[in-house]
Write a protein that binds this ligand. Structure first.
Ligand code: PSU
Ligand code: MN
Length: 302
């Protein structure tokens, strides 16, 4: 008996041998996103940042699992040639876009939210990135990043430098509390603002070492909790609040909205700061990948 052809969800997911083996052996694995590769840096800097993040994860004894959509499959674990394909032409994929992009056969770069959806599907517990999305300023319409909903549903800890200060930070902080997402400050009482170390909202808990963070994550998950954030201040702090105001005004003037806002403002900040935000962004992304690696190693040893 012939059945009608069906799209098998599992066949759309392709996990590299290295990541598959590490997961099967319960060794530490860290998910990394590709939106920052394709849209967070001018090409080809993003690819270099991704490679440096992978090296940082490996250096502390964990396996990097960079996520993206290529050739009709949702891929977990990419090689150097595959990373090169995440150019600015790639689609930006939140959780809702993964299936459509894979079926269409387009190249798709996953956001934190998109990467969390894939991590949840394959059982990866840690993710390293620059900053999470949140509640955008202004509106209506309200623009709330799908990163937050993904955090509320995926049992994954995200290491980042807080939420980008181009967002409505108080609203983002309140919504994370509403969604039951712990926001741990790594060696800080307050959540950093991506480029700036100080001036952010209070963290829900301060932690000073990765073993404590791993124990909190394990306890949160055993209670049925889902996502957590571990916020690490950037290695070098930069106050770009006035540049952000200018960039947001320009975005509004040009009618830039929705998914385009974050990449536009990041590019504009890179330009307006004479490349300084680029440097800080790169450094904090790699530092967060390393910390996510250390945390995954500590968790595996609990
Ligand atoms: N961090 C960076 N560069 C980026 C982003 C984060 O250093 O480009 C991306 C992340 O992928 C995050 C996304 O998930 O911005 C949020 O976009 P939005 O606000 O449109 O959901
Ligand atoms: Mn949005």
């Amino acid at each position: 008996m012939r059945r009608p052809a069906r799209v098998d969800a599992v066949s759309l997911l392709r996990i590299s041998d290295e990541v598959r083996t590490a997961l099967a052996e319960r060794r530490p694995v860290v998910a990394l996103e590709t939106t920052l590769v394709a849209h967070g840096f001018p090409s080809p800097d993003g690819v270099e940042v991704a490679a440096a993040s992978e090296s940082a994860v490996r250096a502390v004894g964990a396996v990097p699992a960079t996520v993206g959509v290529l050739d009709g499959a949702i891929r977990v674990g990419l090689d150097a040639d595959e990373l090169e394909r995440f150019t600015p032409a790639a689609r930006k994929l939140g959780p809702r876009d993964l299936a459509g992009c894979a079926v269409a056969g387009d190249v798709g770069a996953t956001t934190v939210g998109g990467t969390l959806a894939v991590a949840r599907a394959v059982g990866i517990r840690f993710l390293g990135t620059g900053g999470i999305g949140g509640v955008h300023r202004g509106g209506p319409p309200l623009d709330i990043s799908a990163d937050l909903v993904a955090l509320a549903t995926a049992r994954v800890l995200v290491v980042c430098s807080g939420a980008k200060s181009l967002l409505d930070i108080p609203a983002t902080s309140e919504l994370l509390e509403t969604l039951g997402v712990p926001v741990l400050g790594y060696r800080t009482e307050t959540v950093p603002l991506f480029y700036a170390a100080a001036g952010g909202p209070p963290a829900s808990e301060r932690v000073d070492d990765v073993v404590t963070a791993a124990r909190i994550a394990a306890a949160h998950w055993s209670l049925g909790g889902a996502g957590l954030v571990l916020a690490q201040p950037p290695p070098e702090s930069l106050d770009v609040s006035s540049l952000i105001e200018d960039a947001l005004e320009e975005a509004a003037r040009r009618g830039i909205a929705g998914q385009e806002v974050t990449p536009f403002v990041l590019a504009s900040l890179h330009e307006r700061s004479g490349g300084r935000t680029l440097e800080v962004n790169r450094a904090l992304i790699v530092a967060n990948a390393r910390l996510a690696g250390e945390l995954s190693v500590a968790f595996a040893a609990l």
